[in-house]
Design a protein around this ligand. Structure first.
Ligand code: NAI
Length: 722
């Protein structure tokens, strides 16, 4: 295999370029680590080299961190701890080198990549939006394991370091410069030259001594008074650690141990010194790497990455057609959301609704999404203007003759959808694709209005479109494979994780949500309290409970979608009486500031509305139902339905089902998804519990055949799930 590192020595400065062959990003695989060690040996030995500059050969990325594949192959905590010690020793060596190393960072500098940069004598980042720095380990259930919990707080201060380590969030170059994470920010065109110049200055300044002059925009060394007070004062630090712990527990409900472990490692370093701190880091890294939570999060990371390479049909599949201009029918909530993310990706959007007022409202909604991005500096003013210019509105179909794709987002009504399809189709180019964003209506029913049903499919986005990562692409038996590959490629371009779902009522995500919400509503009818149900499912790991979710989505919308699904799947999905009665009483949820909960003028949720109980079967009399019972009923209803989706071929694989549930309906990521969760419980145990519940509530919990079969054969969905 060819080498990942190339070294070019010019005037005593070694220009080192890392470019892992055959990989899209640079990661620290074992061979790369060996090469780095050999490089350090050479830098130590070669008297003709006095300093080095570390660059990446990849166009958009610096170093993305450890090799996660290698990590999952480690048999246990002890081996992971050993790997961490090796990483720490390598970084220590970098830090103490005779020849100072300048990290010349362009592109993503993540995890072990940032830990390496932290050990370098000087860091320069390019001002490109591609340049982001982060320690994202917690997102995989891990903690930084190569000295990051020690070096980062000492460089940027305790608060800023905790913020980065506990959230894993990306920091852009400008912010990195302000916090002192990097020493300098430059235009990408001059990165190499400036890095070489700084390397030379470091040599002149006496080897490892830091450059004294702070660069423009960089924070003066030592930091703010507030930081000094906090970081150099045991009491101040104790307050910061306590707050960090409390905030983490409030956010994670104790389901994610890694952030707490990271706090422990950092704290140990402050209380007992560097050596003990690093020991704690390695030990806690080992424990985290061997944990079930890390296994589930790493599984999701791999499954999502695999989907990025998935063309949507049996590979390789026909090449996707180009999409540069789209039409959107319906400028409402979803239409506007889709238009905004398309414009962000440079796609020209023709926006159509029935009257000018609605079109203008849609354009204003697009502007709001883009304005938020401008305000948070994710785009520049010029980019904002360019993106707004890409979206134009119409009340007839002018401009539709040149679109390659139409996304329909009109009312959830079969006849309305069929009529707009019939109206728009004759005006489109012959190979244009029409995608419906319906949330429940089978695509085949809509496509009966089409003269070319092979070019019709579903693109089911989730709300809010700019935040929710999932896109379900709904395929009918008639859909042309090139239509699938085109829409899958386009969905990815919009930044979505795309799963393929076979056409059927409710598709996948809404279908598994329906019995879960229904079960919650049935429990309400039996007398469980609104907040008790929500609390139990938040404790299970959902971000909000099912009743809050219904209020958010709109009780009318949830009720309507529930009806379509109930019509299709019969008695086991029969809607709960409570939802129907609540809608009939004119309560639609948060949008009408009247739902199961009370809302203030700004739409902020207050307590449960006590008058709601008058509308429920059990009346005001609330009975006690344990958290375990609430969780068991709602979650088993959901995962049993997920198994049916797989059994019926609505899903291609358990992976799609797990990713779809986590990214579409916020199934708790630390449980890996419904199929991984079934594996955790064991199919036998799941079937046994379903049968018990089905005795009490027939036929809602009749076990899926697939589960019965797996239970008999003692099979699992995954060989490696914890
Ligand atoms: P909305 O009511 O906000 O917007 C619908 C828009 O379609 C309105 O502006 C309406 O004037 C327009 N419209 C109606 N008939 C039309 C016609 N003949 N030609 C052009 N425009 C027409 O509804 P929303 O929430 O945006 O939903 C749209 C679709 O997206 C529905 O099928 C819904 O099921 C689906 N969906 C909704 C989600 C949500 O959370 N709201 C999530 C995923 C899908």
């Amino acid at each position: 295999m060819s080498a990942a590192l190339t070294v070019d020595v010019r005037d005593e400065i070694a220009l080192v370029t890392l470019d892992v062959p055959g990989a899209t990003v640079n990661t620290f695989t074992r061979p790369v680590r060996d090469e780095v060690v050999a490089l350090l040996d050479r830098l130590d030995r070669d008297q003709g080299i006095r300093a080095a500059v570390l660059l990446s050969g990849k166009a958009d990325g610096w170093i993305a961190g450890a090799d996660v594949e290698e990590l999952v192959e480690l048999p246990g905590a002890a081996e992971a701890e050993r790997l961490s010690r090796m990483g720490q020793e390598l970084m220590d060596r970098v830090e103490k080198m005779r020849t100072p190393i300048v990290a010349a960072i362009h592109g993503a500098c993540l995890g072990g990549g940032l830990e390496l940069a932290l050990a370098c004598a000087y860091r320069i980042a390019t001002e490109s939006p591609k340049t982001v720095l982060a320690l994202p380990e917690v997102q995989l259930g891990l903690i930084p394991g190569a000295g990051g919990t020690h070096r980062l707080p000492r460089l940027v201060g305790l608060r800023a370091a905790l913020d980065m380590i506990l959230t894993g969030k990306n920091v852009r170059a400008r912010k990195a410069l302000q916090t002192g994470l990097v020493d300098e920010m430059v235009h990408p065109a001059i990165l190499r030259d400036i890095a070489v110049r700084r390397a030379r200055e470091l040599v002149e300044a006496g080897g490892r001594d830091r450059l004294r002059q702070p660069r423009p925009g960089a924070r003066a060394r030592g930091g703010s008074t507030q930081r000094l007070l906090l970081d150099h004062n045991a009491l101040g630090r104790a307050v910061v650690f306590r707050q960090a712990r409390e905030q983490t527990l409030a956010r994670t409900h104790g389901h994610y141990p890694a952030p707490l472990a990271a706090i422990d490692a950092i704290r140990t370093g402050y209380l007992q010194g560097r050596t003990r701190g690093l020991e704690a880091e390695a030990r806690l890294f080992g424990i985290a790497a061997a944990s079930d939570v890390a296994k589930q999060l790493i599984f999701l990371f791999f499954a999502t990455n695999a989907l990025k390479k998935d063309p949507g049909v049996e590979p390789p599949g026909p090449p996707p057609l180009p999409v540069s201009k789209i039409g959107i029918l319906g400028t409402g909530f979803m239409g506007a959301g889709i238009a905004a993310i398309a414009a962000q990706r440079g796609v020209s959007v023709r926006f159509k609704d029935t009257d000018h007022t609605r079109v203008l409202k849609g354009l204003a909604a697009v502007r709001d999404v883009l304005q938020d991005r401008l305000a948070s500096r994710q785009i520049t003013r010029a980019e904002f203007d360019d993106q707004m210019l890409l979206v134009s509105g119409t009340v007839d179909y002018t401009g539709f003759a040149s679109v390659q794709l139409v996304i329909e987002a009109v009312f959830e009504d079969l006849e309305v959808k069929r009529s707009v399809l019939a109206a728009v189709e004759p005006l489109l180019p012959p190979d244009a694709i029409v995608a419906s964003n319906t949330s429940t209506i089978p695509i085949a029913r809509i496509a009966t209005a089409s003269s070319r049903p092979e070019r019709v499919l579903g693109m089911h986005f989730f709300s809010p479109v700019h935040k929710m990562p999932l896109l379900e692409v709904i395929v009918t038996p008639e859909t042309d494979p090139q239509v699938v590959t085109t829409v899958v490629a386009f969905g990815k371009r919009l930044g979505k994780t795309v799963i393929i779902v076979r056409d059927s009522p409710g598709f996948y995500a809404n279908r598994v949500l329906a019995p879960y919400i229904n079960e919650a509503a049935k429990m309400l009818d039996e007398g469980a309290a609104v907040d008790a149900i929500d609390r139990a499912l938040v404790a299970f790991g959902f971000p909000v409970g099912p009743i809050t979710l219904v209020d958010e989505v709109g009780i009318d919308v949830a009720g309507k979608s529930g009806e379509i699904i109930a019509d299709a799947y019969g008695a086991r999905m029969a809607p709960a009486a409570s939802l129907q009665r609540v809608v009939a009483a004119g309560r639609y949820g948060r949008k009408g500031r009247k739902g199961f909960y009370l809302y203030d003028q700004a739409g902020k949720k207050q307590g449960v509305d006590p008058t709601i109980y008058g509308l429920l079967s059990a009346g005001a009399q609330r009975s006690l139902m344990s958290d375990a019972e609430i969780q068991r009923r709602a979650v088993l209803a959901m995962i049993n339905e997920a198994a049916r989706c797989l059994e019926e071929g609505v899903l291609r694989s358990p992976q799609d089902g797990d990713v779809g549930a986590v990214f579409g309906i916020a199934f708790p990521p630390f449980r890996g998804g419904p199929f991984r969760y079934i594996d955790t419980l064991g199919a036998e145990a799941v079937v046994q519990q379903l049968e018990e519940l089905n005795d009490r509530f027939p036929p809602r919990f009749e076990p899926a055949n697939l589960l019965l079969d797996m239970s008999r054969k003692r099979e699992r969905f995954y060989p490696d799930s914890p």
